[in-house]
Design a protein. Structure first.
Length: 134
């Protein structure tokens, strides 16, 4: 459901009628709740269909809630993994070649290792425990 071509004033501003403004507000509110434009078009169609029941609308809202909950779980897992990696190294004294976060991301073939990074003295003074992300 599109808005179509809108008239413009001499100032260049678009002129919206009341129905178009209602539709635009509906779209903005639905976007604020996380709905995609495709999902919003579906909701608008449901709103305009006289045979639609509230159950149809509720089902879409519940689907969106489930998707949001899954994203939250994914973000919580990401946060936990990143916190483990960041907490696994004391920081300042460790060369980037020994950084657990960079190691977890994978090697770069052209990244030189710091001189002395493998020495027992360095490992003793600056040991990082590598934590594999879940």
């Amino acid at each position: 459901m599109t808005i179509g071509e809108l008239a413009r004033r001499a100032s260049g501003y678009r002129v919206y009628d009341a129905d178009t403004l209602d539709r635009l507000r509906f779209v903005r509110r639905a976007q604020a709740l996380g709905f995609t434009l495709t999902e919003i078009a579906d909701l608008l169609a449901l709103r305009l269909d006289p045979h639609t029941t509230a159950a149809s609308v509720k089902a879409r809202a519940e689907d969106k809630l489930a998707a949001i909950d899954e994203k939250l779980r994914d973000l919580a897992r990401l946060r936990c993994s990143l916190a483990q990696l960041a907490g696994g190294c004391p920081g300042g004294c460790t060369p980037t070649g020994e950084c657990p976060l960079l190691a977890a991301l994978g090697p770069l073939h052209d990244t030189p290792r710091a001189a002395g990074a493998d020495s027992p003295e360095h490992k003793e003074s600056c040991s990082c425990q590598f934590v594999v992300p879940a």
